[in-house]
Each structure stands twice: as C-alpha cells, then as structure tokens.
Design a protein around this ligand. Structure first.
Ligand code: NOJ
Length: 536
C-alpha cells in the first residue's frame, strides 16, 4: 500500500489540489444492519465518492474506544473499534480507495486518551507506576482544591482528584479523557510509532484533534481572566486559555511530525484542528513548509455568512499565512452546526452559494458528509441524545447530535443508511428529497452542483492554484478573481446586484439555467445567486 492514489501535477503536493471529504463513520453507511455506520459501509460507497470527485476522505476515529466521547477517547491507538470493523477491513478500504484515486486520512487524538487506556490504568495505579508521568498529575493545593484554575473546554474544572494516590489528573475535556503529558519524551516516541504504524498501512495523513492544546504550561500556571476582546469560549469560561494549551512548544511536536510525514516517498498530509484566531492560525504552518500542511480555519467556519465578514476573514487569512502555506476551507463538521442550517438558514439558494464559495477559494476545501446534498441539522429529542455534552447541558445546549445524524442515501425507512429493524444509533432526519439517490438523478440538485464544481476545479488550473484577488463589488456582493481569468461572484444580499466592468461567460451558476451565459460589461446576479465565470 503506497498512498499514491490520485493524480497531482509534478512538484505540487496532492493535498493542494484535492477536495477532501469528512466521513463521520458511525453515521455514514451501515453494512451489517446494527444501526451503526462502519468501514465496510464506506467501502460500499467508494464508487459514489469517486463519482463525486473526492480526492481524499478523513475518517472520524476508528480506533478502540469506550465511546464516552464517541471515539475521541481512545483505548488503543492501533486497534480498530469492533463495531466499525477490523484492521483487515481498514486495509481493504485503503486498497479500494487507492484503486479509485482516493486517499484515506485518519483522525489522531494526541491530547488525551480514554481513562480505560492501559497507559492510564497503569498511570493512576501508583505514584511510581511506569506510566505515571505519561499524564499530567499534580498535588492538591494546601486547602485540598485543584492545582490551578483551568477549566475544561466541556465545562467544569479541568482537574479530577484520584483517590488512589491523592493527586489530581488533568483533562481538558471529559474526566474520562485524561490529558497526556507531552513533556515526556516517551509519549512523543510512542506517538511517532503510532503515526508510522498507520502511515505504513497506506494512510495518507491525519487530522490532528485539538492540536493547539497538546502541550501545557510546564509550571501549570493559572490562566488569566478573559478580557472583552477574547472569543466566546474564553468569555464563557471567564479565562483566557494561554497555559492549559496554545503553548509555543507545541510547534516542536508539529515540526517533528512534519519531518516524519515527509520521510515517506509520498508525503503524508497533516491537517490540524486549530480553533484559534487567524494570526495564531498562521503560526501552525511554521515557516510555511515545516509544520502543518493544512490548518482548519475556525474564524471562517464560525463567521456569519455575510459578504463583508466572509471577505475580511479570507483576506486576513491570505495576508497572514506564511509564503508557501496553503489554506483549508470548511463550512461544517461533526462539532459545528451544518452550513445549510447555520450559514444558509435552510434557504437552498444560500446553501448553493456557500458550496460554490467553498469550492472556489484558494485552498483545499473539506466537505462534511451531507454538505453536498444540502443536509441540514436534525435536532434530536432528549431521549435520543448520544453526545455527552447534550446529555450534560440539555436543554441549554443540545450538544452535537443534530449534525451527526445518519446520511440519507435514499428515501424510505432506514434511508439507505441501514437495513436494521431497530432504530439507528442516532435518528435519521427526513429523507424526502434530501437524499443522494434522488439528487444524483436531478441535474438541478445540490449534489449535481457539487459534482460539476469539482469537475470544473479539476479542469481549471486557476481554480486549483491561481492566487486570490478581491474584486471591487457593490455592497452585499463578494467577488474575487482566481488567477487572471477566473471570476467568482457571490451576491450575498436580498436583492439583485450588478458587478460592472467585466465581460466573459459563466461556467457554472448556482441557478443552473445560467450556465454558459455570456455577459458583456456587467454581470447581474439575483438575490443569493453565485457564479463562477471566465473573463476576457
Ligand atoms: C475535537 C473533536 O472534533 C470533538 O468531537 C471532540 O469531542 C474533542 N475534540 C475532544 O477530543
């Protein structure tokens, strides 16, 4: 297995021209009627992904987990979770994907393990256990309280007192997810070996879970109070997370992983989950060639869908990234409300404009399963909640289940996701017209739009590599050029709007009746219409 799938131009790494696709495995396709999506189900859908034009899939965690946080609490980094498949299934998936020019990327969770991981079981057993220092342990303060003021990003204190030894252990998420101690060289060596284990099986890269927080302040200092210019989360927790993560030493780990990734004949891609401001995001690319290949852009993902804000986030990103760095763009994921609900508020015209935007910016688009059919969040009832955050905070916060419900492949019971008689692990939303089968046969569908845009990207070098240049446009309209000859225009307003001083013809418009239309001197778009054009 070589991770050589797909084609890329000489000298241009494959991940730069790729369209990536996030598969939330438990909800993608269930091959064995147990109500849970699995690796075999992905194998069954590879032909579809090839048809769609996907170059690489990122799978949510496949490794052994007691599922306190649905795979993000790992109990064995080299073993496959039985209800998802086996290593043998995984190898067949990589081989089948390779035959279709699709690369397979995995999720790696280096910040924390499951409390059931044998490392932690050993670590908590005594003060002198061999793996004691693999986790972050600290004595209580004199009054018996937690070592410092850190709060978990899932709420509540980030420390739990462990009765066996009378020390606290750190967890930046659930107490079932103890944080590893990345100051320990043995931990670093072990993760090198884990990366190699999967790279050697043909894995083309990793999405690195919360990669900005894996290294903590060595002195465990208190976080300072939040100030009004801090983001929502800092305000919510009342503190700025400068010591329980976001440490400069994390870059040493990323540089080490980049060298490891590039020690292979075909360079493997490292994609960071980096929920930080744009200026900070830029630092995760190092000098542009020695840290992450791609870093998820949360200011973009969480921006309101209006022309001024989106344009300024993209311009900022373009301005801050070091030379040689390559942006990544995504509108949804398994933690965030889907863009068809959040950006588009259920309006198909807006969702189509968002899709066109994602596929036409300079950088690598990462679609989340369902984005391509305009799937919306499906709020689940309290009784159906699976996400520990929903369970804990209902009804103030319903958690992340609404964006994790099963993929509707066709209309009808089970929606083509499962043939189980029982209910799937999360309920299926309405399957009516928003399903793959229906949309594949409809030339006007969101799915057909997605496929046609991906084909156009493949055929148009400017769309893959051309630089991004903002074009002056009326208020409410965001327009940019890719290279010299490609123009992208989004009318993000409620009325018709005209971009003047341009001539050419439309390649693809979100209103497909306008594909191929010529314009001379001006291009007029209706409310929430978007188009990609070739200009003269
Ligand atoms: C980010 C993942 O995307 C999320 O699903 C998970 O709960 C946390 N990291 C903790 O691993």
């Amino acid at each position: 297995m070589t991770a050589t799938a797909g084609g890329s131009a000489p000298g241009r790494p494959w991940w730069r021209s790729a369209v990536l696709y996030q598969i939330y495995l438990r909800s993608f396709a269930d091959s064995n009627a147990d109500g849970v999506g699995d690796l075999e189900g992905v194998i069954d859908r590879l032909d579809h992904l090839e048809w769609l034009g996907i170059d690489g899939i990122w799978l949510s965690p496949i490794t052994l987990s007691p599922n306190a946080d649905w795979g993000y609490d790992v109990a064995d980094y080299r073993g496959v979770q039985p209800d998802l498949g086996t290593l043998e299934t995984f190898d067949r998936l990589v081989a089948g994907a390779d035959q279709r020019g699709i690369r397979v990327l995995l999720d790696i969770v280096p910040n924390h393990t499951s409390e059931q991981h044998p490392w932690f079981v050993d670590s908590r057993s005594s003060l002198t256990a061999p793996k004691r220092d693999w986790y972050v342990w600290s004595d209580p303060k004199a009054d018996g309280s937690a070592p410092n003021n850190w709060v978990s990003s899932f709420g509540g204190p980030a420390w739990t007192l462990d009765g066996t030894t009378g020390q606290f252990y750190l967890h930046n998420h659930l107490s079932e997810q103890p944080d590893l101690n990345w100051w320990n060289e043995e931990v670093r060596n072990e993760f090198d070996a884990i990366l190699r284990f999967w790279f050697d099986r043909g894995v083309a890269g990793f999405r690195i879970d919360v990669c900005n927080i894996i290294v903590k302040d060595a002195r465990l200092r208190d976080n300072p109070p939040a100030t009004p210019d801090d983001d929502f989360e800092a305000q919510l927790f009342g503190q700025r997370p400068v010591y329980n993560g976001n440490r400069p030493e994390v870059h040493d780990v990323l540089r080490r992983w980049r060298l490891l990734a590039e020690s292979y004949d075909t360079p493997r891609a490292l994609i960071g989950e980096t929920p930080v401001k744009v200026e900070e995001l830029a630092t995760y690319y190092g000098d542009g060639s020695d840290e992450l290949h791609l870093a998820f852009n949360f200011p973009f993902l969480t921006a309101p869908f209006d022309a001024t804000t989106m344009r300024s986030v993209v311009e900022d990103t373009e301005a801050h990234l070091p030379p040689g760095a390559w942006p990544a763009w995504t509108g949804s994921n398994h933690d965030m409300s889907r863009f068809s609900s959040r950006w588009a508020e259920g309006d198909p015209a807006k969702a189509r404009a968002a899709l066109l935007m994602l596929l036409c910016l300079r950088g690598t688009p990462v679609l989340y399963q369902g984005d391509e059919i305009g799937l919306e969040d499906f709020p689940v009832s309290q009784a159906d909640l699976r996400d520990p955050l929903g369970v804990r905070y209902w009804p103030a916060y319903a958690g992340r289940d609404a964006m994790r419900t099963p993929m509707p492949w066709r209309d009808g019971p089970g929606g083509g996701f499962t043939t189980a008689d029982t209910r799937p692990w999360l309920p299926l939303g309405p399957t009516g017209r928003c399903n793959v089968e229906h949309q594949r046969s409809d030339p006007w569908s969101m799915l057909t739009l997605a496929r046609d845009l991906i084909v156009l990207r493949r055929q148009t070098p400017e769309l893959q590599t051309g630089r991004y240049v903002t074009v002056t446009a009326p208020e409410g309209v965001w327009a940019w050029r890719r290279g010299e000859r490609v123009l992208v225009v989004l009318n993000m307003s409620e009325g018709e709007s005209t971009l003047t001083g341009t001539r050419g013809h439309i390649h693809i418009a979100t209103n497909r009746e306008r594909d191929g239309e010529s314009f001379d001197k001006a291009l007029t778009l209706r409310a929430w219409e978007a188009a990609i054009a070739e200009i003269r």
